[in-house]
Structure formats: structure tokens, C-alpha cells
Design a protein around this ligand. Structure first.
Ligand code: ADP
Ligand code: MG
Length: 268
């Protein structure tokens, strides 16, 4: 049977097997060189297509997640941050907590790597096929308040409930208005036991009453957040400061002064 290259290209296009189509000659040559059986060659071609589709899905999902920067768990220097247990992070990177709809809290002062770890865990979840959305707490609240004012709160809540993992960064840097805290509670209640949340905060859990401006609301939110949760508390010094010190840009006394200003007493 004589099969023209063009015929194959047409069939592969129709089947949307674009990775095989685009490298058809190279892949067939490779299969021939390795003397693959028909069955092995088919598996080789399928594998190429699946890998390509997987990579495309991951890069699309990363765009939708809206991470503030590109960081990985592999790129986290655990030696520089002894307060973080590599075993706990390794376990979390398997994303069983996402499968179960559990939550993760990353707590600690500024610069210790909370956002880095949040992005790293978010990427790990995407690689395992979960939809992820990253948003700063202030932006999340602003979006909810705006939606409420424009009478489309329901739609906005639904949008933030859809991703399997919602990462809320920098909770507590600014306190919320009471009515905004109420909207936040509605979101937490809606996601409760359905989808996971990962929150980062520079405030210890005991201080969340101040963040939400209402002790009862804070308790209601914490109840749901902490029910099935993993808490990672990071103490210690800012990584940025450490780098500056190592590069000789700052002397030890100046760093001490800056860190004391930045670090809240609860994390000392
Ligand atoms: P936080 O969110 O706690 O304020 P970030 O995650 O933004 O801190 O960290 C500040 C910067 O330092 C980021 O660029 C981050 O990648 C880097 N960083 C922090 N801790 C580490 C670490 N242990 N290993 C590698 N990079 C780190
Ligand atoms: Mg941060």
C-alpha cells in the first residue's frame, strides 16, 4: 500500500494529532532506527502526542492561574530556611490535600518564601491536572465588593469557587472592612469541603480577629479553614535580606534593624 505523506498529514490533522503530524518524518525515522515493532512504534507515537498535549495543558493552566512570578519547589533553598520541613513540603507536593479538598496555611513574616512556596505548590497541583487560581487577598476582596455593588456577587463567587485550588496571598497585610469580611466568609463557606484553599499570611492565626475586624466572623472563617488543614509556620529571617548580606550590600547591624522593623513579634 502506497501512502503519500500528504494523506498521513491530512488524517493526523483530522484526528488533531498535531505533535505527530508536525514531526512525522523525524518520528518515523526514529522508530525505524530503533527497529521498533508496529506495536512499539504506535506506543512511541502516542507517547509523543500525549506528552505534547500535557505540556500545552500545563502552560495554558499556568496562564489561567495568574501566578505573580515563576517559582518551583525544586528552586526553594531548604537549607537557607530550616524552619520549613522538606519532608512536609515533599508530602504536600504530591497534592493529596488538593484531592481531598483540604487547606494549607503558610504563615510567617515577610520575605521568608511564603509566596514562593505557594506558587511552587500551585504548579505541582497544575502538573497533577488540577485547575488553580492565584490571587492577592486585597484583589480578591476588591473583586467581591465590586461584584456585590454591581449586583453580580453570585457569579463572582461561582468563579472563585470553580478552581480546585484557590491560592489567596498576603492575607492580613491590610485589615478588611467588616462587610468585606462577610463576603470573604461567604466564599470560604462555599468552598468548604469542596475545593482547597492555600492562604499565606504574615499574621498568626490568633491575630485573624484583627484582620477580619470581627471576632465571630474570624472564628467562623477559621473553623472552616482549619478543619482539614496543614499549617506551615515559617520563622526566621528574610531570604532577600540574606542575599543582600551575602553580597555585602548591607552590614549585619542594618539588617538587624530592618528585620526587627518588619518581623512581627508573634513570629520571633
Ligand atoms: P514572602 O511571600 O514570605 O514575603 P517570597 O516568597 O516573596 O516571600 O520570597 C521573597 C523572594 O525570595 C522571592 O524571590 C523568593 O523566590 C525568594 N526566596 C525566599 N525564600 C527562599 C528560599 N528558601 N530559597 C530560594 N528562594 C527564596
Ligand atoms: Mg509574599
Amino acid at each position: 500500500m502506497n501512502i503519500e505523506h500528504e494523506d498521513l498529514v491530512q488524517m493526523l490533522t483530522r484526528l488533531k494529532l498535531t505533535a505527530i503530524r508536525d514531526r512525522l518524518d523525524t518520528l518515523l525515522d526514529e522508530a525505524g532506527r530503533q527497529e521498533l515493532t508496529t506495536r512499539q512504534a504506535l506506543a512511541f507515537l502516542c507517547h509523543t502526542e500525549i506528552e505534547h498535549k500535557n505540556q500545552r495543558r500545563i502552560s495554558m493552566a499556568k496562564k489561567l492561574a495568574k501566578f505573580p512570578f515563576d517559582r518551583t519547589l525544586e528552586g526553594f533553598d531548604f537549607e537557607a530556611q530550616p524552619a520549613v520541613d522538606p519532608k512536609q513540603l515533599q508530602e504536600l507536593s504530591l497534592c493529596r490535600w488538593v484531592a481531598h479538598g483540604d487547606n494549607v496555611l503558610l504563615l510567617g513574616p515577610p520575605g521568608v518564601g511564603k509566596t514562593h512556596l505557594a506558587v511552587g505548590l500551585g504548579r505541582a497541583a497544575i502538573e497533577r491536572g488540577y485547575a488553580v487560581r492565584f490571587i492577592q487577598a486585597t484583589h480578591l476582596l476588591a473583586a467581591l465588593v465590586k461584584a456585590r455593588d454591581e449586583d453580580r456577587l453570585e457569579e463572582q463567587l461561582r468563579q472563585f469557587t470553580k478552581p480546585k485550588l484557590l491560592i489567596i496571598d498576603e492575607l492580613g497585610y491590610l485589615p478588611f472592612e467588616r462587610s468585606a469580611s462577610n463576603l470573604f466568609f461567604q466564599l470560604v463557606a462555599r468552598r468548604y469541603e469542596r475545593g482547597s484553599m492555600l492562604m499565606t499570611s504574615n499574621r498568626s492565626v490568633g491575630e485573624w480577629g484583627d484582620v477580619f475586624g470581627d471576632a465571630v466572623l474570624a472564628t467562623a472563617i477559621l473553623d472552616r479553614m482549619l478543619h482539614h488543614s496543614h499549617v506551615v509556620t515559617i520563622r526566621g529571617q528574610s531570604y532577600r535580606m540574606r542575599q543582600k548580606r551575602q553580597s555585602g550590600l548591607l552590614d549585619a547591624a542594618k539588617i538587624q534593624e530592618l528585620e526587627t522593623k518588619k518581623t512581627r513579634a508573634s513570629f520571633q
